[in-house]
Design a protein around this ligand. Structure first.
Ligand code: PLP
Length: 391
C-alpha cells in the first residue's frame, strides 16, 4: 500500500508511538496536582513545551496547546470578537472550512466579513492590499499553505502591512509546518495555528502561538469551561503534548521567510514530489493546477478528464486507486467526503464542469523512489481504464 494523502493526516512516527506509550504508562498524573505524581506530569509537559518553543524559536509562554488546528483557528478568531469593537475581519477565499465556519458565526454577531480573492493559481491579489486593510479592518486571517492546491501566500508581507496599521494577523500554518520548522522570531504574525497529526504526531493535539499582548485578549474570556489563567479549559493531555514534541523533534530543517517569499528546504519529500510531477505532468488525463513555484513542496494537484477533456470525478479515481492500494484525495479531507463542487476549485475559477474533478497528491517522508514509480504506473493504468469505460 502507498499512502499519498499526507495533508489529510499522516501515519504516526514510531518514535511518537513509543513516546505516547511510555508517557501513558509512566506519567499519567494530572499536571495540576501538587503531589509528586502531578509534578512529574507537569515537568514532562513543560519540558515538551520548551522543546517545541526552542525548535520554533519562540518563548514557552507563547505556546498554547489545543485539540487541533480547528480549535486553534476558532480561538484565534474568537480572540478579537470577544474583546474588540465590531469592525471588519478579512479572510482569504481559500481558507480551511474551520475558518469559514467561525467567520460566518462572527458575521451573525455583527462583524463585516470580507473575502480576499485569489488569482487562478490560488495566490491572493496583492493589488487589493490597501483596500482590504483600510479601516475598519481589525483582524486578517490568511492560510499560509493551502491544503488543496498548495498555494503559498506572502504572509510575512501581509503581516508587516497589518502591523503598520495596528491590525491583528493570524495565519493557519497547518500545512506548512510539516514541510519545515518555522522561525517564529522572524515572522510578522500575531497568531499561528498548527496541528500534530499532519507531521506524524498524534491526533487530538494542536498548537496556537500567540504574541504576548494577544494572550490577554483570550484569557479575559476563556471560550468555555473553567481554568484559571489559561485560554483553554480541561486537564492537559501530557502524552499527546509529549508526542507532539517528539514529532517536532523529527523536523530538522528551517523554512526561510523573506518579505514576500517562503523558501522550503529541499529534502526527500520535495524531491519525491518533483519526481512524481515529472512523471504525471504530460499525462493526457491530467491538468496540473495551482502555482508552480509558490507552492507547498509536498503537494501536487490536478484536474482529471478523458483525452477529449470530458471531466472525470475525482472521487471516482480516488476509489479506483484505493482498490489498487494507492491512497490519494479528491480535495481536502473535509470536502472529499461530501458531494458537490470543491470550494477551492470554485475560488480559483475552475470551469464549472471541472469543479468536482480535483485530485490531490500529498507526499510524506515515508515515500521512496520505488513508490513513485509504482504509483505513477498505477495512476496511468487506472486513468486509461476509466477512459475506456467512458468511451
Ligand atoms: N487547517 C488546515 C489548513 C488543514 O489542512 C486542516 C486539516 O485538514 C485543519 C486546519 C484542521 O486541523 P485539525 O484536524 O488538527 O483540526
Amino acid at each position: 500500500d502507498i499512502y499519498l494523502d499526507a495533508s489529510a493526516t499522516t501515519p504516526p512516527h514510531l518514535d511518537v508511538i513509543t513516546k505516547l506509550k511510555d508517557i501513558q504508562f509512566e506519567c499519567w498524573g494530572n499536571p495540576s496536582s501538587i503531589h509528586k505524581v502531578g509534578v512529574i506530569a507537569r515537568e514532562i509537559l513543560e519540558r515538551s513545551r520548551l522543546s517545541i518553543a526552542n525548535k520554533l524559536k519562540a518563548s514557552s509562554d507563547e505556546l498554547f496547546f489545543t485539540s487541533g488546528a480547528t480549535e486553534s483557528n476558532y480561538l484565534a478568531l474568537k480572540a478579537v470578537s470577544n474583546n474588540l469593537d465590531r469592525g471588519r475581519i478579512v479572510i482569504s477565499s481559500v481558507e480551511h472550512p474551520s475558518i469559514n465556519l467561525i467567520a460566518n458565526q462572527l458575521r451573525n454577531e455583527g462583524w463585516d466579513i470580507k473575502y480576499w480573492p485569489v488569482d487562478s493559481y490560488g495566490i491572493i491579489d496583492l493589488d487589493l492590499l490597501e483596500e482590504v486593510l483600510s479601516p475598519p479592518t481589525k483582524l486578517v486571517s490568511i492560510i499560509w499553505g493551502q491544503s488543496v492546491i498548495g498555494s503559498i501566500q506572502p504572509i510575512n508581507l501581509i503581516g508587516m502591512e497589518c502591523k503598520k496599521r495596528n491590525i491583528l494577523f493570524h495565519t493557519d500554518a497547518t500545512q506548512v509546518l510539516p514541510c519545515g520548522l518555522i522561525d517564529w522570531s522572524n515572522l510578522n504574525v500575531d497568531m499561528l495555528s498548527a496541528s500534530a497529526h499532519k507531521l506524524q504526531g498524534p491526533k487530538g493535539i494542536g498548537l496556537l502561538m500567540l504574541r504576548k499582548g494577544i494572550q490577554d485578549l483570550l484569557m479575559k474570556n476563556p471560550s468555555y469551561g473553567f481554568k484559571n489563567g489559561s485560554i483553554r479549559s480541561g486537564t492537559e493531555s501530557v502524552p499527546l503534548i509529549a508526542g507532539f514534541s517528539t514529532a517536532i523533534d523529527l523536523l530538522n530543517e528551517y523554512i526561510e521567510v523573506k518579505d514576500n517569499q517562503t523558501l522550503f528546504p529541499v529534502n526527500n519529500v520535495s524531491k519525491m514530489t518533483s519526481l512524481l510531477k515529472r512523471k504525471l505532468i504530460n499525462n493526457k488525463h491530467l491538468t496540473f493546477i495551482g502555482p508552480d513555484k509558490e507552492r507547498l513542496p509536498n503537494n501536487l494537484s490536478f484536474l482529471c478528464h478523458t483525452e477529449a477533456m470530458i471531466p472525470i470525478k475525482g472521487r471516482e479515481i480516488v476509489r479506483l486507486l484505493s482498490k489498487h492500494g494507492v491512497y490519494i484525495s479528491s480535495g481536502s479531507a473535509c470536502s472529499s467526503s461530501s458531494q458537490g463542487p470543491n470550494p477551492i476549485l470554485v475560488a480559483i475559477n475552475v470551469d464549472k464542469t471541472f469543479q468536482e474533478s480535483g485530485l490531490r497528491i500529498t507526499i510524506g517522508p515515508w515515500i521512496s523512489n520505488d513508490d513513485i514509480t509504482s504509483v505513477s504506473n498505477i495512476i496511468f493504468e487506472s486513468l486509461k481504464s476509466l477512459e475506456l469505460k467512458k468511451q
